[in-house]
Design a protein around this ligand. Sequence first.
Ligand SMILES: Nc1ncnc2c1ncn2[C@@H]1O[C@H](COP(=O)(O)OP(=O)(O)OP(=O)(O)O)[C@@H](O)[C@H]1O
Length: 289
Amino acid sequence: MPRICFLINPKSGTDRRQDVPALIAQHIDKSVADYEIRLTEYAGHAETLARQAAAEGFRTVVAVGGDGTVNEVGRGLLGTAAALGIVPRGSGNGLARHLRIPLALPAAVRRMCRPEFQRIDVGHINGRAFFCTAGLGFDAHVSKMFAQAGTRGLSTYVKVALREYRHYQPTAVAVTLNGQTLHTDCYVLAFANAAQYGNNAYIAPLADIRDGLLDLCLIDSLPIVRAVRVSLGLALGNLPASGAAVFHTSRHIRVQAAAPLGFHIDGDYAGDAQEFEVALTPLALEVAK
Ligand SMILES: Nc1ncnc2c1ncn2[C@@H]1O[C@H](COP(=O)(O)OP(=O)(O)OP(=O)(O)O)[C@@H](O)[C@H]1O
């Protein structure tokens, strides 16, 4: 019988009152899978736990959390024989939504018992893996401010984004891809493996997680009229057709910024840098969906 290891981030999600281990026990189909539950104790712990679980022979290691937890578990599973599963508990759930994993816990747990296995591409930015999106500029800046906001959820995110929009300035960058160098300003430069940031905000609706390419979305400036068009494009999934952003596809991108620029990995602020090396490894991770 296949073995599933559920790794729960007790800090993720907005509803902490739920007894997640009890709900998993209630909804798992014990006739098709054996399971164990382990809890993370600190940020970064899920990566170690995932690698351990893979070494112990679990077929699927399930991230029970948001995209931050999914990223840690995915990193831990790279190069192992175990597949990444997801029981979405975050506020955005970008990868779970892209893979069409149910958002409700009971249905997601049942899906993990009888999943379809599939390999997906994996992105790297300055050597760090991402599975959904990474990016430079305003979205990374908002992730940083959001992490300091004290409360979470979509409404806090929107509040922080509107506040920061008033004074955020773009940075000059040179972007090398497909044998050419573009000299431009970077308000947002997103590298999309999956189509959305989470919350059905489609930064690159045409992104295919198995095509061996990253979809780049470049916004060089964001005056108010364009900000409205970008917001609508994100919500409606028609940003490329809207003309409010420029798109490219590539497997390897280099960015040189005129000043240190914040970047995010799967929605979590990851630091500032002036040089970025972004690459994609095709079909490097198996997922259970
Ligand atoms: N036991 C823990 N204590 C404190 N932090 C933890 C613990 N386990 C995991 N974390 C950290 O919590 C962070 C947030 O988790 P995650 O992204 O899964 O949830 P979220 O922020 O609620 O969801 P979303 O990213 O969708 O908003 C992760 O970056 C992870 O490193």
